[in-house]
Design a protein around this ligand. Structure first.
Ligand code: ADP
Ligand code: MG
Length: 624
């Protein structure tokens, strides 16, 4: 007998076992979402069938009224969810209900902690899916038959959620999938008509598939459509309640939480489309995962076409969830077609503007909400100026930073705030980049700025390096790193005397500078006197056109070989150490001091020493 006609026992993939374990043991609240997930799968199955049937109408088998039925039998303690959607073949059953194809499963499992409520949230973000059946059931039976196959090619799948499942052939006359949940004793509360209806209306009201339950009336049984089954995005805005927007979001995004904001728009005229775009309130755990599912649900003239369509939004807005229903795209549109379609480009431009405008409005009118948004997605938005030239100015307006004005790691300062506080003669927007907030905040290069009361943006996210490469100007003001090039504070330095003093210092220390430069040899490109320091004896900077030190470190950490720019050592002529050094004539001492000054300047800037042991030795020698 060929294998496929026998009953087979197979093991779940390891990740499935872990997810199942979680479902069974950690999800105490929100148990009712199992129904949302199973109805959502039925709706997906109906969508897939509708899509396939565009080219192959015979797949409907004279039964084109797609719906999902929810029934229960209190005595037998079972709930049945049956659809007449696309169904599954034996191979599909084995792979779909035995493995998890989703990217980022490993990261998801790694992100789980002891904290149950935190876990419940993560599970929500992950999309609990079919396996959520085991939250309430101790045994699940699936009967399914793929559209287009004969009734004998049905499949029966069964599992107790304990690591194994069985598959065997079954005769299934009706196309589609039937899920039978054998409820745990303690979950009997779900065996109740009113309870089930409430759950369906709560989570699945706007799932575009009728959810039908039997209604007993005077000995007669009648079918009742429990949900509205209308595509929410097609209703006029003023007929939609906030709570409906919220629940629809949870269906689209598989999220537990309400969204932070949404934009619902109908565009008419040359091009016609409706979009309902949501900003989630929390970043998903896999936001930085390369193969993560992202993008919109695409419909063409109300027919579902596909999920996770990335082409309609730029990558830096990948956190946006929602639906796009386009009237002018062909029904047989594929991902390949989408990649080169002119209409797609113009819809994408339109949607991008919508999201940016929504954020701009939030930033203006709901500051607290915007701060929440920024804490979750700010780092992604910072990728914007590099990716999207055409909206650079608008994105820049949305950026938030830490700065010496607030001295807080929470990023709340906008470039407009900064400009409004600029000093009369100040021409540039100054910033410093470092590996951490503390390193940025305490950077020696800031000393002169703090003294003069000039604000400096404190950038301490990895992406900031990319950002500053691409965002070099805002509102006609150049962005300028405080650790690059010669410091030219002329613009805020009206005092002639100060200037003369500096020139005097440069003369006075000319000899010392030359000697230190000789001593340090090729560890530095130059040594010079600076006036950017007030309390530190020395600091390192790099040439104007060189790659930032922080960027060098990021690239090196990523395994790239780069031409490491050697730093310039700058000395503070006011500092007692430097004053003392100017009187030091012992070449051995001068050598030791020079290396110590360079070493501490590198450390203060967040860098790594090539020979830390030697630095420690020198230091100890001085301390003795
Ligand atoms: P997701 O829906 O996010 O893909 P699920 O765990 O909910 O994850 O479902 C896993 C897969 O099982 C689905 O992608 C689908 O291929 C298949 N599946 C689940 N339920 C059905 C159904 N009612 N009809 C057809 N296929 C289904
Ligand atoms: Mg699902």
């Amino acid at each position: 007998m060929p294998q496929s006609t026998e009953k087979q026992t197979l093991g779940f993939q390891t990740e499935v076992k872990q997810v199942l374990n979680l479902m069974i043991h950690s999800l105490y609240s929100n148990k009712e979402i199992f129904l949302r997930e199973l109805i959502s799968n039925a709706a997906d199955a109906a969508d897939k069938l509708r899509f396939e049937a565009i080219a192959h109408p015979e797949l409907y088998e004279n039964n084109a009224e797609l719906a999902v039925h929810v029934d229960f039998d209190a005595a037998a303690r079972i709930i049945t969810i049956s659809d007449n959607g696309i169904g599954m073949t034996r191979d599909e059953v084995i792979s779909n209900l035995g493995t998890i194809a989703k990217s980022g499963t490993k990261e998801f499992l790694a992100a789980l902690s002891q904290d149950q409520s935190h876990n419940a949230n993560l599970i929500g973000q992950f999309g609990v899916g079919f396996y959520s059946s085991f939250i309430v059931a101790d045994k699940v039976t699936v009967l399914t038959r793929k559209a287009g196959l004969s009734p004998e090619e049905g499949v029966r799948w069964e599992s107790k959620g304990d690591g194994e499942f069985t598959v065997e052939p079954v005769i299934k006359p009706i196309r589609g999938t039937e899920i039978i949940l054998h409820l745990k004793e303690e979950e009997a509360e779900f065996l109740d008509e009113w309870r089930l209806k409430t759950i369906i209306r709560k989570y699945s009201d706007h799932v575009p598939l009728p959810v039908i339950m039997k209604k007993k009336e005077k000995e007669k049984e009648e079918d009742e459509v429990v949900n509205k089954a209308t595509a929410l995005w097609n209703l006029p805005k003023n007929e939609i309640k906030d709570s409906e927007y919220n629940e629809f979001y949870k269906y689209v995004a598989h999220d537990f939480d309400d969204p932070l904001a949404w934009a619902h728009n109908k565009v008419e005229g040359k091009q016609e489309y409706t979009s309902l775009l949501y900003i989630p309130s929390r970043a998903p755990f896999d936001l930085y995962h390369r193969e993560r599912h992202q993008g919109l649900k695409l419909y063409v003239k109300r027919v579902f076409i596909m999920d996770d369509v990335e082409q309609f939004l730029p990558f830096y807005l990948r956190f946006v969830k929602g639906v796009l229903d386009a009237n002018d795209l062909p029904l047989n549109v594929s991902r390949e077609i989408l990649q080169q379609n002119k209409q797609v480009e113009s819809i994408r431009a339109g949607l991008t503007k919508r999201v940016l405008t929504l954020l701009e409005k939030m930033a203006q009118d709901e500051k607290e909400k915007y701060t929440k948004f920024w804490s979750q997605f700010g780092n992604v938005l910072k990728e914007g100026p590099a990716e999207d030239q055409s909206n650079k100015e608008l994105i820049a307006k949305l950026l938030r930073f830490s700065s010496t004005h607030t001295d807080q790691s929470t990023q709340t300062v906008s470039l407009d705030d900064y400009i409004s506080r600029m000093q009369a003669q100040q021409k540039h927007i100054y910033y410093v980049t470092a590996e951490s907030f503390a390193a940025a905040k305490n950077s020696p290069q800031l000393e002169i700025f703090r003294k003069k009361g000039i604000e400096v943006l404190l950038m301490h996210d990895r992406v900031d390096e990319w950002l500053t490469v691409h965002l070099t100007e805002y509102q006609g003001k150049q962005l300028h790193s405080v650790s690059k090039g010669k410091l030219d504070l002329d613009e805020v330095e009206e005092n002639k005397e100060v200037k003369q003093e500096q020139e005097k210092a440069e003369k006075e220390y000319k000899d010392l500078v030359t000697r230190i430069k000789e001593t340090l040899g090729d560890r530095v490109t130059d040594v010079r006197i600076t006036h950017r320091l007030t309390t530190s004896p020395a600091c390192i900077v790099i040439e104007e056109n060189e790659m930032g030190l922080q960027m060098q470190r990021i690239l090196q950490a990523a395994g790239q070989t780069i031409n490491q720019a050697k730093p310039i050592l700058e000395l503070n002529p006011q500092h007692p150490l430097v004053v003392k050094l100017n009187e030091e004539h012992d070449p051995v001492k001068l050598n030791e001091w020079s290396h110590i000054l360079l070493g501490q300047s590198i450390l203060a800037e967040g860098g790594h020493l090539d020979d830390p042991a030697q630095f420690v030795q020198l230091l100890n020698k001085l301390l003795m």
